[in-house]
Design a protein around this ligand. Sequence first.
Ligand code: ADQ
Length: 460
Amino acid sequence: MGSISGGKQNLIIVSNRLPLSVKRVDGSFQSSLSSGGLVTSLAGLTKSTQFQWFGWPGLEVRDLGDREEVSKSLEAHNAIPIFLDSTLAHEHYNGFSNRILWPILHYQSGVTFDDTPWQAYKRVNELFADAIVESAESGTLIWVHDYHLMLLPELLRHRLKQQGKACAIGFSLHTPFPAGDFWRNLPVRKHLIEGLLSSDLIGFHTDEYKQNFIDTCASLLDARTEIPNQIQYKNRLVCTNKFIVGIDPQKFTDTLQTPKVQDRIRTLKERYKGVKVIVGVDRLDHIKGLTQKLSGFDTFLDDHPELQNKVVLIQVAVPSREDVKEYQDLERDLCTMAGKINGKHATPEGTPLLYMHRSVPFAELTALYSVADVCLLTSTRDGMNLVAFEYVACQEERHGVLVLSEFAGASSFMSEGSISFHPANTTEMSEAIFKAITLDPSERKSKYEYLRNFVNENTR
Ligand code: ADQ
């Protein structure tokens, strides 16, 4: 993160969680870098820009003295904590954001609306608005991130006006925005899009998400949308655009060159000599299509008995949202599936699936990306999917093949350089995997070059 220079800050970034998670260890507080797509996508910004970052520090701190201690320790990283009590934080984050809003944004049906988490969502957005407006000065640009804070632009606009402060507000959505008819499933559909329409600029990962949002505003709110990329609503003009989110590829190539990672790559290459390695790295989330991935891989193993002991899938499933029942159920299902697949296809020489339900250190992650012949990403819906970018950044030597679901936002930019498939079609997935491991070197090279250029041109 950008450090404090003592100079005036004119950019405020806001996200639900700070990029640093605070933990209480032996009576004192320690912070460490959080993981996830949003932190990765904003990491590059810290190289060139100074800003303050507002968000929840990840734990309840009641005592005022403790709050001061946490604030002081984060101040060194220009991070400003917004304290929430744990029930409120839980209802906002797990209750509304992750159990109701996230599935709707990703076209998952069967969501039941409940008023208690919705009230918590509103309250948390208000608390964020109070804290930010107190710090912001006229001229500050306030850049709000993601679906946890969709009401915040409207709340900010109202409070800023009351205090006579003029600030520009930007909002970036890191998820898809679904087609209008699906968005109607959410009873509070109007409140949320009205909340966003107090922004000056709203950014989406793809043109499709942007257009879905514009069309929804026209049909639900009677907003005027005749001018491309603009929405006129209640005497305000709101601009929308597509912004391609990316990574800092240099960070990956630098890490790959370290002796520790080079050593690890040698060990892994020796271990998998004569075996095609397929890698998957995903947060353990329904949208990443992990059950579909295991089914597709099972079909592939059925279809190709001649490749027994010659292909391995190393799947890292990073623990995520473990307090939500649906995520606990998913984890249990995946363990069962992994056991069944290995039970069916393992031989005394080895198991075809290595399923790891844990976080892996960054150095190990880059080594894994580097030794893999193929990266398999099976999202049923996904805002972008930065793992696709990271794999490409680590494949300069090998020209590995990206097998990418057509429903990942990244597919709208990378389909020409990858092998695309429908994640619910196990036969199509099996064929895509086979094509990837048998692709001839010249086609691999030309696909890879396309992807490398794209990743290097869209570095944040
Ligand atoms: P996520 O759903 O979190 O992000 P993704 O884009 O795949 O998904 O990014 C995951 C990030 O977590 C990657 O940068 C990856 O390296 C990192 N990560 C994975 N395993 C890790 C580990 N073990 N330890 C540390 N870090 C790990 C959301 C949306 C995406 C969108 C991003 C950015 O769901 O669609 O691309 O935001 O906008």
